[in-house]
Design a protein around this ligand. Structure first.
Ligand code: AGP
Length: 561
């Protein structure tokens, strides 16, 4: 679970002497420096990797959190928005809190109900019905051979194995042991034993759950010979692009039919998926003559959509809280929800009317790379099936990407000339603008250098004032209708002293550094031109001594609003 949060970690293991809790700041490996976990015997345990929302990054705020006398221990993913009020009430009742987190109120609330004579299940139901916000939590009890849990918003999945059972935020948590999963829906609680489980809703009504066989083939991702998952996933893109095209023909046709079935299309996503949405907006219009609006998921409100709308949601993880919130707003408005997701069993895939998988394999590096180019390729495939595109043009796209990847070493040398940069600008026009935005996002999240992507035509309307001697600017400018205008903007930048990295199908003396890319159809060029930007950001991070896989303050799947 480390890629979902890595500022601190902890475990709670049920031993003969009670619940043994080990916590530390940093990654899971740091935890094992505190205590050799294998030296602790026990067959029931809970664990957590934290992405701090409430309370500083320190050992006290790391999970698990114990009840007052240590009879229960909790781990939680999400945000309890009414924690202050509940905390006050519990402190008045005499409960002692050891952390500044919102999460700790859950175990004390459960303790309050359980120690006042309620059964485990009724104490659990009373607890969940008091909480506001989002939560997936798990509690272990000193005197019980069970683990209990609840889901409201954040993901929670049961894994059923031969030698035991699991409750995790993501199938990756148990995929090496079993491929039998039971996905908890919202407002469900579970009591899990070694080989049996009971699920009910927040009213206590039992719910029959079916077991899903999840994709075993990807297994637990490893770095193999690569120094980082991010580099491995960048170099995996030719294979990922071949995989993304192996779509179920009928499912794609049905998806296209549904996308056309409503008079209005709204596209939404967060971060890199939002940038893929901007590409989708462009390509649906040019290839399929479908107009659409693109709205950042955290900015999608009920007034933006109605029952005449198809909402197309893009998400690698399928668990991004903002994307799920937008989906639920759409549902409430009677919209049809279509999604493109990489994690097939995810909440978004299950909450959509129809969902297409990216098939690009698990993406562990927090920075989205292969999932982004796979999103673009699948969007192109859908658009071309609905319009004038020719998906044969996708056939050799993975080879073209391979040719760009062969420049990795050169790009590593190139970025050495920019290690003092404190600001980076990325400019482009037309269908290439989402790539300028994506390049800037990669540079920000991987190298921690301020970066901004923008429409080249906007420079003269303000941003040009930022340019001084040596200011690094990356120009994405393959030969197409927008080429000359972008080149003119580049010359204006040079006149102000900018140091220009040109990414294009044709070289030009205006570039201080040049990264050639192969010529492809303009609609497909964004898939090619983003590759050098991923490598620039990756090598900038490595040269700055950052860990590209686990950028500070970020998480792979942002499950809180
Ligand atoms: C991209 O590199 C970031 N990890 C982040 O912006 C990400 O794209 C965003 O959080 C959306 O994630 P999703 O595609 O899993 O929904």
């Amino acid at each position: 679970m480390e890629y979902r949060g890595y500022d601190s970690a902890g475990v709670g293991i049920l031993t003969n002497d009670g619940i043994r809790v080990i916590k530390s700041v940093g990654k899971v490996n740091d935890l094992t420096n505190v205590q050799d976990l294998n030296a602790i015997s026990g067959h029931i345990g809970i664990g957590h990797t934290r992405w701090a929302t409430h309370g500083k990054v320190n050992v006290e705020n790391a999970h698990p959190h114990n009840s007052c006398h240590g009879e229960m221990s909790l781990v939680h993913n999400g945000i309890i928005s009414n924690f202050q009020q509940i905390k006050k009430e519990l402190e008045n009742d005499g409960h002692k809190f050891k952390s500044d987190t919102d999460s700790e109120v859950i175990v004390h609330l459960f303790e309050k109900y359980f120690s006042s004579g309620n059964s485990i299940k009724s104490a659990l139901l009373k607890t969940v019905n008091r909480l506001k916000g989002s939560f997936a939590f798990v509690i272990v009890l000193r005197d019980e051979e069970i683990i209990i849990g609840a889901r409201y918003g954040s993901p929670l999945i049961i894994g059923l194995g031969n030698s035991g059972s699991y409750l995790t935020s993501d199938i990756l948590g148990f995929i090496e042991f079993t491929d039998k999963a039971v996905f908890l829906e919202n407002e469900e609680v579970v009591v899990l034993g070694k080989h049996q489980f009971e699920v009910s809703d927040f009213e206590g009504n039992m719910i029959a759950k079916h077991v899903t066989q999840v994709a075993w083939e990807f297994g637990t991702p490893t770095k193999e010979k690569y120094s980082h998952f991010t580099l491995k996933e960048i170099l995996e893109q030719p294979l990922a692009l071949r995989r993304v095209l192996s779509q179920d023909k009928e499912q794609v046709e049905l998806f296209c039919k549904k996308l056309r079935s409503k008079p209005r299309v709204v596209i939404t996503g967060s971060g890199t998926s939002f940038h893929a949405g901007l590409y989708a907006h462009h390509i649906l219009k040019t290839l399929a003559k479908i107009s659409s609006d693109v709205i950042i998921s955290s900015e999608l409100y009920p007034h933006d959509i109605d029952h005449n709308t198809s909402l197309l949601v893009l998400s690698q993880s399928g668990e991004t809280a903002d994307a799920l919130k937008a989906t639920r707003i759409a549902r409430d408005a009677g919209c049809q929800v279509l999604s493109i997701v990489n994690v097939t069993g995810s909440s978004l895939a299950r909450e959509s009317d129809i969902s297409l998988p990216l098939n690009c394999g698990p993406e562990v590096g927090v920075a989205a790379t292969k999932s982004f180019t796979s999103q673009l390729a699948l969007i192109y495939l859908i658009s071309s099936r609905m319009g004038i595109g020719d998906d044969n043009m996708l056939a050799d796209i993975s080879q073209k990407v391979e040719t760009v990847l062969r420049q990795a070493k050169k790009i590593e040398r190139l970025i050495s000339g920019y290690t003092d940069a404190r600001d980076f600008y990325f400019i482009a026009r037309s269908i290439h603008i989402p790539i300028a935005l994506e390049g800037a996002l990669k540079m920000k999240e991987l190298s921690y250098v301020h970066a901004e992507g923008m429409a080249a035509g906007e420079l003269k309307h303000g941003p040009l004032a930022l340019i001084t001697q040596g200011t690094p600017v990356v120009v994405i400018n393959p030969m197409d209708d927008s080429y000359q205008d972008t080149l003119d903007n580049t010359i204006e930048l040079k006149a102000r002293g900018a140091k220009v990295i040109g990414i294009s199908t044709v070289s030009n003396e205006v570039y201080d550094d040049f990264i050639p890319i192969p010529k492809v159809h303009p609609s497909l060029s964004p898939i090619i031109e983003v590759i050098p930007l991923q490598l620039l950001a990756y090598y900038a991070a490595v040269k700055a001594g950052q860990d590209p896989d686990y950028p500070r303050n970020l998480a792979k799947s942002v499950t809180v609003n």
